[in-house]
Design a protein. Structure first.
Length: 122
C-alpha cells in the first residue's frame, strides 16, 4: 500500500499547492517577502526540479541527477503564471510514472499494480 499512500499524499499536496497559487496574483508569484526568502515561483521550480531528479530512474540511480541545476531553481527572475504552471505540470509525469523515462514509467506502473493486488496475490 506504500505506493497508493504515496500517490494519495502527492495528490493531496498537489491540489493544496494549486489552490494556494490560484489565490495569489500574477505579481505575487514572483514576490520575495523576506530577505532570505523565496518566491512562489522559485519554490515551484525547486520542488519540480527535486521531484524530476528523484523520480528519474529511481530504482537504478540514487539522489541528484547530473542534469539538475539546483542553483538555477533559486535564480531571481520573473515568471508568468503560465511558466509556473508549466513547471508544476512538468513534474507530475515523473511522479506518476508516466514520463518519457522508460525505467521510471515501468517501475511506477509495476509498483502501482502490485499495490492494487490483494495481499494474498502478492
Amino acid at each position: 500500500m506504500f505506493v497508493t499512500d504515496f500517490l494519495d499524499e502527492y495528490d493531496k499536496y498537489r491540489r493544496l499547492g494549486e489552490n494556494a497559487m490560484a489565490q495569489a496574483s500574477d505579481e505575487a508569484l514572483n514576490r520575495i517577502v523576506a530577505a532570505d526568502g523565496n518566491s512562489i515561483a522559485m519554490l515551484v521550480r525547486h520542488v519540480s526540479g527535486n521531484l524530476v531528479s528523484r523520480f528519474t530512474d529511481f530504482l537504478t540511480t540514487d539522489g541528484e541527477k547530473p542534469s539538475r541545476d539546483r542553483d538555477d531553481e533559486f535564480a531571481e527572475r520573473s515568471y508568468s503564471r503560465d511558466d509556473v504552471n508549466r513547471q508544476r505540470a512538468h513534474r507530475t509525469p515523473f511522479v506518476l510514472g508516466t514520463s518519457s523515462c522508460p525505467s521510471s514509467r515501468t517501475a511506477m506502473r509495476n509498483a502501482r499494480a502490485s499495490a492494487l493486488k490483494p495481499a494474498s496475490a502478492r
